[in-house]
Design a protein around this ligand. Structure first.
Ligand SMILES: Nc1ncnc2c1ncn2[C@@H]1O[C@H](COP(=O)(O)OP(=O)(O)OP(=O)(O)O)[C@@H](O)[C@H]1O
Ligand SMILES: [Mg+2]
Length: 266
């Protein structure tokens, strides 16, 4: 279980002088297998919060408070300690799959990497597992895809590769920061279906999901519970169904009204 308490992030002045608190006292729990959505306007601190959880804050930012995974404190853990967690127990999918993948390394090799590194598979076994995973991720010609380089794939295919990689090690926690925002609407739907399907597989304990998005329709579909962030704080939190139907906070109402004005039918 992931427990976040009084998380504070100071950006643009990590050494202590200047800077601003862009995340200011955030706390929540993510239960095993739970799907938690995070919504909130641009600049409300969603991405920095996510990066702090997985120990990838930019160098000009500093975090305080506590982030515990099954009781182990992650904040302040050194790079060596984090390497045993990142990519195995906790993984992340980013908005821009092209920058998340190495353009000069074949896709199959990148997908195989976590199998080798974290599960100790031999190179041929990992290569086989990578092809299976690409097939599971709905890539049309998995063997051909494995031999391809990321720039040779479409945006949707690349994001499928990233999701496959993120789930290769059966993490306890998957963080997804706007994973479909950069994709066309029709491609978005396919990638969300994939996420839904892969998270629902019965083969292993289901990873918990922290899903950051602007899209309330996506929250309604994917998430069980929602946090609403504004100016670095959580202003509302509750079950997705009731929060989206009966928001309590004015700010959440505004977000919902904006989404409806932009065509959301929820
Ligand atoms: N590396 C950085 N240095 C200084 N300030 C930063 C840095 N990264 C982000 N910020 C600032 O921190 C605040 C929160 O940014 P963050 O990227 O977490 O917002 P967000 O909620 O993810 O927004 P969006 O919905 O647009 O992705 C913003 O005011 C942003 O300008
Ligand atoms: Mg963001």
């Amino acid at each position: 279980m992931l427990e976040v308490a009084d998380l504070r992030i100071r950006a643009g002045g990590a050494s202590g002088e200047g800077g601003a608190d862009v995340v200011d006292g955030v706390g929540f729990r993510l239960e095993p297998g739970e799907r938690l959505g995070v919504i909130g306007e641009s600049g409300s601190g969603k991405s920095l919060m996510a990066l702090a959880l997985i120990g990838l804050l930019p160098h000009d930012c500093a975090a305080g408070g506590s982030v515990r995974l099954d009781g182990t404190e992650l904040l302040g853990t050194d790079e060596r300690g984090l390497r045993g967690i990142r990519g195995s127990r906790m993984t992340m999918v980013f908005q821009d799959a092209l920058t998340a993948l190495n353009p000069l390394t074949r896709v199959g090799r990148q997908v195989a990497e976590p199998f080798r590194r974290h599960q100790g598979m031999s190179a041929p076994a990992a290569a086989g597992a990578a092809v299976e995973l690409l097939e599971l991720a709905g890539l049309p010609h998995p063997v051909v895809t494995a031999r391809s380089y990321p720039p040779q794939l479409s945006g949707g295919q690349r994001q499928r590769v990233c999701i496959a990689m993120a789930l290769a090690c059966r993490p306890q926690v998957l963080i997804a920061d706007e994973p479909t925002t950069a994709l066309d609407v029709t491609v978005q739907a396919g990638v969300l279906d994939l996420l839904d399907r892969i998270l629902g597989l019965e083969t292993a304990p289901r990873p918990a999901l922290l899903f950051i998005t602007h899209d309330l329709a996506v929250v309604a579909r994917i998430c069980e519970r929602v946090l609403v962030m504004r100016d670095g704080r959580i202003v509302e939190d509750g079950p997705a169904g009731s929060l989206l139907r009966h928001p309590r906070h004015d700010y959440t109402r505004t977000l919902l009204a904006d989404a409806r004005a932009a065509g959301w039918g929820g």
